[in-house]
Design a protein around this ligand. Sequence first.
Ligand SMILES: Cc1cc2nc3c(=O)[nH]c(=O)nc-3n(C[C@H](O)[C@H](O)[C@H](O)COP(=O)(O)OP(=O)(O)OC[C@H]3O[C@@H](n4cnc5c(N)ncnc54)[C@H](O)[C@@H]3O)c2cc1C
Length: 432
Amino acid sequence: MTHRIVIVGGGAGGLELATRLGRSLGKRGKARVILADANLTHLWKPLLHEVAAGSLNATENELNYVAQAKWNHFEFQLGRMSGLDRERRAIQLAATLDEDGRELVPAREVAYDTLVLAVGSMTNDFGTLGAAQHCIFLDTRAQAERFHRQMLSHYLRAHANRLDDSKMSVAIIGAGATGVELAAELHHAAHELAAYGLDRIQPENMRITLLEAGPRVLPVLPERIGRPVRQTLEKLGVTVLTDTAVSEVTAEGLKTRDGREIAASLKVWAAGIRAPAFLKDLDGLENNRLGQLVVRPTLQTTRDDAIFALGDCAACPLGDGSAHNVPPRAQAAHQQASLLVRSLKARLEGRPLETYVYRDYGSLISLSSFSAVGNLMGNLMGSVKLEGWLARMFYISLYRMHQVALYGPFRTLLLMLSDRIGRSTDPRLKLH
Ligand SMILES: Cc1cc2nc3c(=O)[nH]c(=O)nc-3n(C[C@H](O)[C@H](O)[C@H](O)COP(=O)(O)OP(=O)(O)OC[C@H]3O[C@@H](n4cnc5c(N)ncnc54)[C@H](O)[C@@H]3O)c2cc1C
């Protein structure tokens, strides 16, 4: 029987893997490549803060799994993975319901010979009181769009004189890349909304507070990147509070551990990650304290050679001899997918598997259309600091590289052209 490779999660890593294996093993009939995802469409997760601010239309940037599967010789199964039977080598997918709660696709099992788990991560609110009730997390397109709708509703109410004051306050908890980029994107949105005539809330009255429990913004990047980013944000009018841990979130705002109260109508939690809950004790696989699956340098889970994990859901050693794990980043998911394209072919042919070593090509932080700041080459060759227009171009190229992996260079070029044309005909901000 043909070897069945089942990949669960069509995100930054899983979709690239399914596409590339489909084009090679699937096309030549050497394996059946099956991708399962809880959703019908893929949107590259690093775009979510732009969806939240309205500067990116998710519909125009999403990819349909059914079409991608057809074009790239893999099969697509719609369903959320809910369980695993390692002995029978089968995963369980829960039933998918439509908006009215009717069953769209029934619960079922999918058998595998090789299983790759690439289900990403979720925001970790560390059990903070009120966070789950009152904060928006930016884990999914639906959550990003919900934030956008709430922001727009506030502006429309203000425009119709339905609010007591003409201000809007947003608190962002966590000054990592997501929090920083969202703050800059919202500042940009405030200017755009006023330019379109929704000017009851003047840009300076969109009060954005960025809170960070640690001593500096962008805690995992070098200080010489964090410092100018903080200065730029403050110049834009964003209030940046470091050494400020949030102890409780209420409908009205935040309470900090040092006794301050910060009013905020919209609250976004963007601090920390954890693995999806269903991975915990998944038929005896090993987890770390964040619930990630512990993998060996081959990306095989520690207790089952036939099960691999990649990307945010995997706890993978950096490979540099240190005790640190690979950071939860799109570039890591991309690198691991590339390694598994080779490894899964080797596994089929009974050859030994390669081991993964994380290569840090640097990080770029987008400050909306104003600029980008970051370092290139990361720890690889000593880091090169990059700022302004050039950094912005490199930042955009990260997404283009993901598109090249999914569509090939020619179609990516066409997509770039269509984006350009769209920009001259569509509003610069999503207004609905
Ligand atoms: C706002 C934001 C900005 C970011 N910016 C950057 C950046 O600039 N640079 C960078 O390197 N990284 C960035 N990241 C991190 C980056 O998005 C992740 O590291 C990357 O997406 C991880 O890839 P992945 O393949 O592991 O998972 P994901 O891309 O998250 O994909 C997971 C997939 O699994 C599916 N899934 C989940 N659970 C199940 C289930 N039970 N059954 C079936 N399917 C399931 C999901 O639908 C999804 O398609 C950002 C993250 C966010 C939230």
